[in-house]
Design a protein around this ligand. Structure first.
Ligand code: HEM
Length: 295
């Protein structure tokens, strides 16, 4: 294990001060600053569109949709940080874990606040609407879990809980992300492309964590396992897509869904995207392994 990786235990990685600082002395970190700026961009873009009155006929709905979509995307990025660090053997990636997780939680908190603002903060109306709708209940459970993680993401809370208990609590992020993806899937009216993509990536990330846990302590996942995981996540995404359309339209549509996945004419389907991204990750794992063997 290299020095950078050794220095990035949860305790040390969590003691970094401002998002653009690094290390105990609070040194400016261009690496973290660039990622921080990238995380701010969607919020700035939405603020700009709000200031320009450029949110379409239903501004609140547009803001709710955008914050929800960005929140879920950034949540996936936060879950990707650790696998990518282990696969690439680039220890400094651990510096991004808290920043990305906090950013996802804040986008999703904004999503909920905007939802409440859209109902003029009339709480009895808000709660009766939530209780009437499964996708809102699921979203709320996911959000409450993420808020728990947000509240315990500080150095002080890490110290108070202790590394082990803190880590166990923060495993909640996976059920929260799955519920978030389910909420997304249930609320889309027609096009299931994006929620399917999210579900496919989430399947890969969850599979990675489970497989890694089964490895002897500290061992990296072998390249062949990363490849198998990619194929599994891609095929699962195609399977979920086929099952969804079979349920919506009828089983006769399944061959057409499979055909659409094999054809590039109508654009790439989510399962194929998952396969392609997973192939890229497998390639990165192969190169990192070769580099490690040479050094
Ligand atoms: C972790 C929790 C949550 C996640 C990950 C999440 C994510 C999303 C996403 C990705 C969308 C769809 C955006 C699109 O179609 O482009 C969405 C829509 C929506 N979400 Fe959430 N959400 C969460 C929690 C909540 C909560 C707690 C509420 C309110 C109680 C809520 C209310 C809504 C509503 C009303 C829409 C649809 C807006 C419309 O179509 O008019 N969400 N959410």
């Amino acid at each position: 294990m290299n020095v950078a990786a050794r220095n990035t235990s949860p305790i040390t990685a969590w003691k970094r001060g401002w998002p653009w600082q690094e290390g105990g002395a609070g040194r400016f970190s261009p690496f973290k600053a660039v990622v921080f700026a990238a995380l701010l961009l969607p919020a700035l873009w939405l603020l700009w569109r709000t200031a320009q009155n450029d949110l379409g006929p239903r501004p609140f709905t547009e803001l709710i949709l955008q914050t929800g979509t960005w929140g879920v995307r950034i949540l996936l990025v936060s879950l990707l940080v650790t696998p990518l660090r282990q696969i690439s053997r680039y220890g400094r990636l651990a510096l991004l874990r808290r920043m990305t997780g906090v950013a996802a939680a804040l986008y999703l908190l904004a999503h909920f606040i905007l939802y409440m603002a859209n109902h003029a903060f009339v709480f009895d109306k808000i709660f009766s609407e939530i209780l009437k709708s499964n996708y809102l209940i699921i979203g709320l459970v996911a959000l409450v879990s993420l808020m728990l993680l947000l509240a315990t993401s500080t150095d002080a809370m890490l110290r108070r809980l202790g590394g082990r208990r803190w880590q166990m609590l923060h495993r909640l992020v996976f059920p929260a992300a799955m519920l978030g993806a389910w909420h997304y899937f249930l609320q889309v009216k027609a096009d299931i492309f994006q929620p399917l993509l999210i579900i496919g990536f989430l399947a890969w990330l969850l599979g990675y964590r489970l497989w890694r846990k089964a490895q002897p302590r500290g061992a990296a996942l072998p390249v062949w396992a990363v490849a198998v995981l990619g194929v599994f996540a891609g095929l699962l995404t195609i399977g979920i897509e086929a099952a969804y359309f079979a349920w919506k339209i009828g089983p006769a549509v399944v061959p057409r869904v499979l055909e659409a996945n094999l054809s590039v004419e109508m654009g790439l389907r989510p399962g194929i995207w998952v396969l392609l991204v997973a192939a890229g990750v497998t390639l990165a794992a192969g190169l990192a392994t070769m580099r490690a063997r040479r050094s």
